[in-house]
Design a protein around this ligand. Structure first.
Ligand SMILES: Cc1ncc(COP(=O)(O)O)c(C=O)c1O
Length: 440
């Protein structure tokens, strides 16, 4: 790996940070207390300006590995021939639409391509509202679905579990580790269903017609909770009986992450509308909405939905290459097997480190919930922050998530292998041991 030649004056991190503050604003988000200056990446490794390697156990966008040669070549080849908006006939766009829809249940047979997950969710809301003639949307109370004006109303993680809009009503997300009223099993499912029914009733009382529910099938931003058996089929039934549509946001759950191509296949429910994004182009911006023709056709008929950069030939070439690599390199199987190694190893660490309250996993997605006390489950948010920063100093990149910011989020590119998992686990063990020693 060659590291670009950069003079100290121009590339010193302090200078870059000051320029960034001046040009992008002090609050433009950055990871880590001391930000990283990454200059290149390959497979599951990222390299900083000094040539130091970091194991990437966080980024899901480069799903088939950073700068995968097949994706890079597909982008470059198409870019040398044509890149233009979607109002011309082009085979690659249709090849992609065909290949993508073939990965879903047969009823989900049509697609609208966008650039971002936020746009995809925005379009999904528009379709649901048009189809039902309603406006009321149920979402969960600690989530994020994007940043358009309409979608921000559902992003309750940044607004204390509330929505700013009377057209959006949040419900408690299911969480077997911190269960509603201490319930479990069927009683817990019933309690969640009751909440959804109540919120649908509240819409009715306020003369707002119900349009549907939008949620991530694995509740990625909520912290990957263990969901009680039977939750999703009951939710689908309740939402549909009330005349609404079920929208699954697969922006994080999709493209093999969970050891299934789609989160919906893991939870066993076919939604009415699916939204996709992040890993779709391995970093080239492309996102989309997949649904039934009977929902998409009337939407297209009435709304001239046009997205300049959505469905360009280059975006679709990148996305096609992603599908090829996922299949060709058996990355979904790897998500399952390496994910299991990682989860087993993490549970072994849990038996030695009381700070680890709960370990949850879905394929190559791990949530490690840190608590100050296993009895009270008091969230250890401050320590989680320390650990994320210390892991980075030790050369492994992870992040944290959840209402209390106490859940370590481990969600690497899918070519993450058992040897990488071992490296992460050993580093994490060292980090926890150092923390213990420091507390003595
Ligand atoms: C579940 C989920 N949906 C939607 C989005 C928004 O996607 P984008 O940032 O591409 O607009 C995100 C982004 O983090 C997300 O996590």
């Amino acid at each position: 790996m060659t590291i670009p030649d950069q003079t100290v004056d121009e590339s010193s991190d302090a200078v870059l940070l000051a320029r960034r503050h001046r040009l992008l604003g002090r609050s433009a988000p950055l990871f880590y207390d001391t930000p990283l200056h990454i200059v290149s990446a390959r497979d599951v490794w990222m390299y900083d300006a000094q040539g130091r390697a970091y194991l990437d156990a966080y980024n899901n966008v480069p799903v088939v590995g950073h700068c995968h040669p097949r994706v890079v070549t597909a982008i470059a080849d198409q870019a040398t021939r044509l890149n233009v908006h979607s109002r011309y006939l082009h085979e690659t766009v249709l090849d992609y639409a065909e290949r993508l829809t073939a990965t879903f249940d047969a009823v989900l047979d049509m697609v609208i391509l966008t650039c971002t997950g936020s746009e995809a969710n925005d379009v999904a809301l528009q379709i649901a509202r048009q189809h039902t003639g309603g406006l009321g949307i149920v979402c969960t109370n600690q989530t994020y679905h994007g940043n358009t004006t309409a979608v921000r109303d559902l992003s309750t993680l940044f607004s204390d579990g509330e929505s700013r809009s009377p057209l959006v009503r949040p419900v408690t997300f299911p969480n077997a580790y911190r269960p509603l009223r201490g319930l479990s099993g069927q009683a817990l499912v019933d309690a969640h269903i009751e909440e959804i029914v109540e919120q649908i009733g509240a819409f009715k009382a306020a003369s707002v017609k119900f349009a549907g529910m939008l949620a991530c099938p694995i509740f990625a931003n909520e912290g990957l909770p263990n969901v009680p058996e039977g939750y999703w089929p009951r939710v689908a039934q309740i939402v549909r009986e009330a005349g609404g549509l079920l929208i699954f946001d697969e922006v994080q759950a999709g493209f093999g992450r969970t050891g299934h191509m789609w989160g919906q296949q893991r939870v066993g429910v076919v939604p009415d509308i699916v939204t996709l994004g992040k890993p779709m182009g391995n970093g080239y911006p492309i996102a989309g909405v997949v649904s039934r023709a009977e929902l998409i056709e009337p939407f297209r008929d009435e709304v001239m939905y046009f997205n300049t950069f959505g469905a360009t030939p280059v975006a679709c070439a990148a996305a096609l290459a992603v599908l090829d690599v996922i299949a060709g390199e058996a990355l979904i199987d790897n998500a399952r097997t390496t994910g299991q190694c990682l989860a087993d190893g993490m549970r072994a660490l849990q038996s030695r480190h009381p700070l680890i309250g709960d370990v949850r996993s879905q394929g190559l997605f791990l949530a490690v919930e840190l608590v100050e006390d296993r009895e009270t489950k008091a969230p250890a948010g401050r320590l989680a922050k320390l650990i994320v920063n210390d892991m980075k100093t030790r050369g492994v990149l992870i992040s944290r998530v959840g209402q209390f910011d106490n859940i370590l989020k481990i969600r690497p590119p899918l070519p993450f292998r058992p040897a990488h998992a071992d490296h992460l686990l050993n580093t994490f063990d060292d980090c926890l041991t150092a923390l213990k020693d420091a507390a003595r």
